[in-house]
Write a protein that binds this ligand. Structure first.
Ligand code: GLP
Length: 258
């Protein structure tokens, strides 16, 4: 896994945006896997700025979001549909018909999950998957214990995730208990993966994901099995990495690598 440590959230976000832009420059009709949460907000702001100021073009891009709360309509202010519209899609030019987000209000989740997986395949698979990480080490809503081969399905949220995400709702009792989420197996099929993490409260999860054993108890650790996974961190999120000096050495030596 390539580990890149930046001094601040802003620098981390800009580094991540450069990775996305590079993928789009090489493949203007790339399929992007997108994440929600506070972590990718800086990345989305920077992509919006690059679109506005530098003409970064999304007109041929297709996007698939990782997850959605079950029971929230697309106009609910805490739904991931609403989040994506407000924080990214209304600022860039991805065609609406190319945007896919799991439905939180379908009457047949099993069929929807199958269709979602099929749509990803029909669109050629995900070229770049953006990920955040939960404080319990989850990716998307793959809570501890999720099969590392799991596919898009309904998950029951862990108590810790409900408590973490309660800050966006009026209280923990308002947070939905279920979510529809891409599986770990679905995520691992992306051609390239970009995990972002910032802040002290992610440091333990980040260290477990990058340097701990591969385990379904920390679903982000499955990224160790991926051949093109990159992790962009701010200094605080990197705070518990044992090999931090080495990662920085690798980055410093990169320009002269044969
Ligand atoms: C939620 C999302 C994850 C996200 C995580 C971290 O649980 N399903 O995709 O990575 O929150 O959120 P934040 O970036 O707000 O810390």
């Amino acid at each position: 896994m390539e580990v890149i440590v930046k001094e601040s959230f802003e620098e981390m976000s800009k580094a991540a945006a450069r990775v996305v832009a590079k993928v789009l420059n090489l493949k203007p009709n790339a399929v992007l896997g997108l994440a929600t949460g506070s972590t990718p907000l800086g990345l989305y702001q920077e992509l919006a700025r690059m679109h506005r100021d530098e003409g970064l073009d999304f007109s041929q891009v297709t996007t698939f979001n990782l997850d959605e709360y079950v029971g929230l309509t697309r106009t609910h202010p805490q739904s991931y549909h609403y989040f994506m519209q407000e924080n990214l899609f209304r600022h860039i030019n991805v065609p609406q018909q190319n945007i896919y987000i799991p439905s939180g209000t379908t009457d047949n989740y099993a069929a929807f999950c199958q269709w979602y997986e099929q749509r990803i395949r029909e669109c050629g698979g995900i070229d770049l998957q953006v990920l955040g990480i939960g404080s319990d080490g989850h990716i998307a809503f793959n809570e501890p214990g999720s099969s590392l081969g799991s596919r898009t399905r309904i998950k029951t949220l862990a108590r810790q995730t409900i408590d973490d995400n309660a800050r966006f709702f009026s209280g923990p009792e308002e947070v939905p208990v279920y979510a529809i989420t891409m599986g770990v197996g679905t995520i691992l099929e992306a051609r390239k993966i970009l995990l972002l993490a910032n802040g002290k409260k992610k440091a333990a999860a980040v260290a477990a994901a990058i340097e701990g054993p591969v385990t379904s108890m920390i679903t982000a650790s499955a990224l160790q099995l991926h051949r093109d996974a990159m992790c962009t961190l701010d200094r605080e999120a990197a705070g518990e990495l044992r090999m931090l000096d080495y990662y920085e050495w690798v980055q410093a030596k990169m320009p002269n690598a044969p």
